[in-house]
Structure formats: structure tokens, C-alpha cells
Design a protein around this ligand. Structure first.
Ligand SMILES: [Fe+2]
Length: 192
């Protein structure tokens, strides 16, 4: 699990300076992660239908830049322990979304590393799926590992590309969507 966090920091921190707003959030998140000495704990793993796309997404990530490739290896090692869950309210969304997405919390309340100040997790989406517009108080940094486009209230749809970052200020409405490829991304929220 710590390999995953170290690889996430390497994928995000060097690039955060170039993205407006992302650097302070990323620095707070990974400073807190570095200081926490708590042990990881087992959670009950769970797979969902979209997890059939994880191998494909990891293969795409493995063909990306070195930091993305390393993160893909760390995620593959972690994957048997992950508890993939649907977004709350997904049963009110189209079936393509219901069975075409999942999120896995690694760090955060109820995660493998249980804590309140930081949340780090994964999103996986099948091709041709749109994640609903949503907003949350904590600011957020994503690193894209495979596929997908992002938008928010101030930025139209764009593809950050493998290893590219997306920053969402606190409370902004944002979403992702996929085209031909599955989306795999790591997100980090600062809730401290
Ligand atoms: Fe979000």
C-alpha cells in the first residue's frame, strides 16, 4: 500500500507546480501522507462488473510514461485488496454508468489506511460512460493513468493524457467521461 502512495506522490508532485491551484493541495496531501505512521488494515475486497476492464486499463497505463507505469504496477499489486464500490445514487443513473464505473478508496474514512484528513482512491470507468456532474467540499487532484476526459465549471472537456493532472477547487462541479478506452485515474482529496 505504501508503494502505491509513494508512486502516486512521484506521479503528482513534480507536475503539480505547473497546474494552477494543484501544488498547495498536493503538498498538503503528501506531507500528511508522509507523516502518518498508522498501519494499514484489511478491508473486505469487492469486485464489480467494470472490474473486468481493470486489466485492460492497467495495460494501457503500463505503456505510459515511467511514473504512470510504476503506478500501474503498484495498483496491480494492491488490486486483490481493493473494495470497488459504486457511487452513491448510481442506481438512479443510466445502466451504462451503474455497471460501467467503480471507485475504490485506499486512504480515507473506512479505507485501507483509515484517516479523516486525506482521501486517496481510484476511479475505473468502461468505454462510452459519463460520470455524473458532482461536487464536494474537499479540493481534489487527479492523475490520469488511462483514457478519459474531464470537465469542470471553468474548464471545458479536455484530455489530460497519461500522467496528466486535473485540479478541482473546493466545491466546483466536475465530471469525467470515456470514449474508446477505459478510464483509470487516482484521485486525492484534501479534507484536513
Ligand atoms: Fe470528484
Amino acid at each position: 500500500m505504501r508503494d502505491f502512495l509513494a508512486c502516486t506522490a512521484v506521479a503528482i508532485l513534480p507536475k503539480a507546480e505547473a497546474l494552477s491551484g494543484a501544488a498547495p493541495a498536493a503538498c498538503r496531501i503528501f506531507a500528511a501522507i508522509g507523516e502518518f505512521a498508522g498501519a494499514s488494515r484489511p478491508i473486505v475486497p469487492q469486485r464489480l462488473p467494470v472490474c473486468d476492464r481493470l486489466e485492460e486499463a492497467l495495460n494501457i497505463a503500463a505503456g505510459g510514461p515511467p511514473s504512470v507505469m510504476a503506478l500501474a504496477v503498484a495498483i496491480a499489486a494492491l488490486s486483490p485488496d481493493l473494495c470497488w464500490q459504486r457511487r452513491k445514487g448510481a442506481d438512479r443513473e443510466p445502466e451504462s454508468f451503474f455497471d460501467g464505473h467503480a471507485n475504490a478508496l485506499v486512504v480515507g474514512p473506512g479505507g485501507i489506511e483509515d484517516r479523516d484528513d486525506v482521501q486517496i482512491g481510484l476511479s475505473l470507468m468502461a468505454p462510452h460512460v459519463r460520470y455524473p456532474d458532482h461536487a464536494h467540499p474537499p479540493e481534489e487532484v487527479y492523475v490520469s493513468l488511462a483514457g478519459g476526459a474531464w470537465r469542470n465549471e471553468i474548464e471545458d472537456w479536455h484530455e489530460p493524457g497519461q500522467g496528466g493532472l486535473v485540479y478541482n477547487p473546493p466545491g466546483i462541479v466536475h465530471a469525467m467521461r470515456t470514449d474508446e478506452q477505459p478510464l483509470l485515474a487516482v484521485w486525492c482529496l484534501w479534507a484536513g
